[in-house]
Design a protein around this ligand. Structure first.
Ligand code: EAX
Length: 333
């Protein structure tokens, strides 16, 4: 009799609590909040930050707060190469990373950093938002990463402190900081510079003269006050630098199908929003750079750069794969 009572009592206690838990997990009553970290190397207001902030806003709103994001910025998580590793380990959930360092884990991503590849924003958008872009995003799965979308850094321009650079001959011997990406080092060596890969930011190295120059889009030169430590800028637009907006693959796979869709579409939307803002901001950045006293060459002889870089496409076919590089080059003809 006693035994039966105890069994009944225990059952009566357990069943409702099981039921309540079940409800919680299906999200019908109190939805569980999932906290996630977004990692970027740059500061608030940067190109990466604008994309991260928009994605955070969209997903938090669309999930009614079931997901909450904490944006870790300003190199607090280390370099971009290190943030990629943290995404692979899953200690960082989402990251907005400049394509250069992503090339170290995906050959296909590396192809995006080929010099003078994209001639316009429209062309970059078409390729990145199309099947070739998707192929690049999907290539990250082999490294435990879900590629969500492409936001952008922008077209990169050369600055230095030694002399005005008009033709490629003026680059000879300049100590140029590059992103931590072998292809970028190769490009600058081919151009005749003395390249050194370094993690961002590099203001101290520029101020101390450890390096003579660097290359980045206009917003970086303005936002990081590169004009305080560099005298000359040449509008070389030698590489269109995109960001790969990524997520830990296992974490992505654990989301419900509906949430997976929401994450992808929110990042795509955030990327489109950020690209537009970035492009609109160029004029104001240029005005500041000029007002701060940099000497700007708006029309450097880019053909002299192109001529020196010609062999790199054939070489990259060996490194990246001829099929993919050929398809990419065809798409930008
Ligand atoms: O996003 O490392 C780089 O040169 C990047 O372009 C920079 O961090 C700004």
């Amino acid at each position: 009799m006693k035994k039966v009572f105890v069994v009944l009592l225990v059952t009566a206690l357990i069943i409702p609590s099981l039921f309540a838990n079940g409800q919680k997990e299906s999200g019908t009553t109190t939805p569980k909040v999932q906290k996630m970290i977004i990692g970027i190397v740059t500061v608030p207001g940067s190109a990466q930050y604008v994309a991260a902030e928009k994605f955070k806003e969209l997903v938090e709103k669309r999930s009614n707060g079931r997901y909450q994001f904490d944006i870790k910025h300003s190199a607090s998580l280390g370099s971009e190469s290190s943030i990629i590793q943290q995404v692979q380990m899953g200690t960082v959930d989402v990251a907005i990373i400049t394509t250069g360092p992503v090339g170290n884990i995906s050959k296909l991503a590396n192809a995006l950093s080929l010099p003078f590849l994209f001639k316009s924003y429209a062309q970059a958008d078409k390729v990145l938002d199309g099947p070739l872009g998707q192929e690049i995003l999907d290539s990250l799965a082999a490294s435990g990463i879900k590629g969500l979308a492409f936001s952008e850094n922008g077209f990169r321009n050369l600055t230095n402190n030694v002399r005005p650079v008009h033709t490629v001959a003026d680059v000879a011997g300049l100590k140029i900081r590059t992103m931590e990406a072998p292809l970028q080092v190769k490009i600058w060596r081919m151009l005749g510079a003395n390249p050194t890969p370094m993690a961002w930011p590099i203001n101290t190295e520029l101020a101390q003269g450890t390096i003579d120059g660097q290359e980045n889009p206009l917003w970086v030169i303005d936002k990081y006050k590169i004009y305080e430590v560099q005298k000359y800028m040449s509008m070389t637009r030698h590489v269109y630098s995109s960001h790969i907006d990524m997520m830990n693959l296992a974490t992505f796979n654990k989301l419900s199908k509906a949430d997976q869709k929401m994450f992808v579409s929110s990042m795509r939307e955030a990327a489109a929003y950020q690209r537009k803002k970035n492009r609109e901001s160029n004029e104001a950045h240029m005005a500041t750079i000029v007002a701060k006293g940099m000497i700007v060459d708006n029309t450097p002889d880019v053909n002299s750069f192109r001529a020196k870089l010609k062999p790199i496409y054939e070489e990259s076919k060996k490194d990246i794969g001829a099929d993919f590089v050929n398809r990419l080059l065809n798409a930008v003809k």
